[in-house]
Write a protein that binds this ligand. Structure first.
Ligand code: ATP
Ligand code: MG
Length: 391
């Protein structure tokens, strides 16, 4: 019995030409995700992708774990493959599979059959019925329950026959690379990595920009952000981080502008810089970890004043989430532990005690006029930006 993995993906939502793009990207991303842990042959087969190990030098658990992090996969099924379509041969193999998997266990089961080969002499219900009866006859510990079986035994008749009974849930979403690229404003906090992950889940490739205020923020703060980039790369394949030197800009704002407006002006300048880098990198949107009301700079008024400076769309996937909901995702995607490491981020040093929560655009723009050198400073910051690639 040959053991392999049958990959299920959302086949209903995608039609026509997009389907090829989706499948090809998924195939590529699956290959990338497991290429360093074995030698595998990948085949598309009528709405499924089959991952076939070329030899035994691989760890099944590791393969499963890698596949559960590939966006676009709905289910991962460890299967056995039978090359003969001969019905007796199929029955024998289902029995062998069941004996090996559920040896002597007292279980209820149901056989589910599916055939893409419509000329096969038996139709799906007939296959299910015959195989079910055969199993009952040969495995006395089994009994049938068609409504709530403990085990569903799937038989998929394609060019070969695939037999499985376990479906490991995948992440769903779309394969990264099928929906363009966006630029994530990645801080060291809990929220922004989660925001990036959610957009990547829709098939969007990510790059990140991090505003670094050396020496007010330490190298360890930067290391932490790079580490978060690595954690995201587990899902996105690779991650490019643009580290923007932000100290002179922050000092300038601090010196020239009313302190109650520091945060909002700083946020607007971050957006301007992120947008310039995004356009250069052919990214079509910005992503932030903002959520309404979480802090002073995230009141609806503040968000609207920040947004006024952007021409690209800003995606804020966490906008309606509570902190606890965000933390739950951060834990699931394994960014939480890194995010809570206690390194200061640049916003904590230059914030006023009582920042404005209802800024007015005219007033902010008025204050920004005091920043005469800002265009030059922004240009310089972009020129001095360090580009770090992680995978
Ligand atoms: P996070 O947990 O993501 O840091 P936060 O709750 O601390 O968010 P803010 O500090 O107001 O909120 O930041 C809001 C968003 O602005 C962040 O989610 C992130 O997208 C972006 N941002 C903030 N600081 C930086 C930074 N130093 N570099 C890059 N992006 C940043
Ligand atoms: Mg933060």
């Amino acid at each position: 019995m040959k053991k392999l993995f049958l990959i299920k993906y959302g086949e209903i939502a995608i039609k026509g030409k997009n389907r090829y793009l989706f499948e090809d990207a998924l195939l590529r991303n699956i290959r990338k995700s497991i290429q360093d842990i074995g030698s595998f042959k990948l085949v598309k087969e009528q709405g499924r992708i089959i991952v076939e190990p070329r030899d035994d030098n691989y760890d099944e658990e590791e393969v499963k774990e890698r596949l559960t992090r590939v966006f676009g996969i709905v289910g991962i099924c460890p299967v056995i493959k039978v090359d003969s379509l001969d019905f007796e041969e199929i029955q024998k193999n289902v029995l062998l599979y069941m004996q090996e998997t559920y040896q002597d266990q007292k279980l209820t089961f149901k056989v589910e059959a599916r055939r893409s080969n419509k000329s096969y002499p038996l139709n799906s219900p007939e296959i299910a019925r015959e195989v079910g009866a055969y199993l009952l006859e040969h495995m006395p510990t089994l009994s049938v329950d068609v409504h709530h079986p403990q085990v569903r035994v799937w038989i998929e008749l394609r060019n070969s026959v695939y037999i499985y009974s376990k479906v490991i849930p995948g992440l769903g979403g779309m394969p990264v690379g099928t929906n363009g690229k966006a630029m994530l404003l990645l801080s060291g906090g809990i929220d922004s990595p989660v925001a990036g992950w959610m957009i990547a889940k829709r098939g969007v490739k990510l790059e990140g920009v991090y505003f670094h205020s050396h020496p007010y923020t330490s190298d360890r703060a930067k290391e932490k952000v790079i580490e978060l980039g690595r954690k995201l790369a587990v899902y996105t394949g690779e991650f490019t981080l643009h580290v923007v030197p932000f100290t002179t800009i922050q000092m300038e704002i601090y010196e020239k502008c009313p302190h109650v407006q520091l945060t909002i002006i700083m946020r607007r300048i971050m957006m301007r810089i992120a947008e310039e880098i995004a356009k250069k990198q052919k990214a079509f949107g910005l992503i932030t970890g903002e959520s309404i009301g979480q802090v002073a700079s995230q009141t609806i008024q503040s968000l609207s004043v920040t947004n006024a400076v952007c021409t690209l769309p800003v995606f804020r996937p966490l906008i309606g989430f509570d902190k606890q909901e965000i933390i739950t995702i951060a834990e699931k995607i394994d960014t939480y532990e890194t995010s809570i490491l206690p390194y200061e981020d640049c916003c904590t040093i230059f914030v006023a005690k009582h920042p404005q929560t209802k800024p007015k655009l005219e007033n902010i723009e008025q204050s920004e006029k005091l920043l005469e050198q800002m265009d030059v400073m922004i240009k310089e910051a972009i020129e001095k930006t360090e580009v770090i690639r992680v995978s």
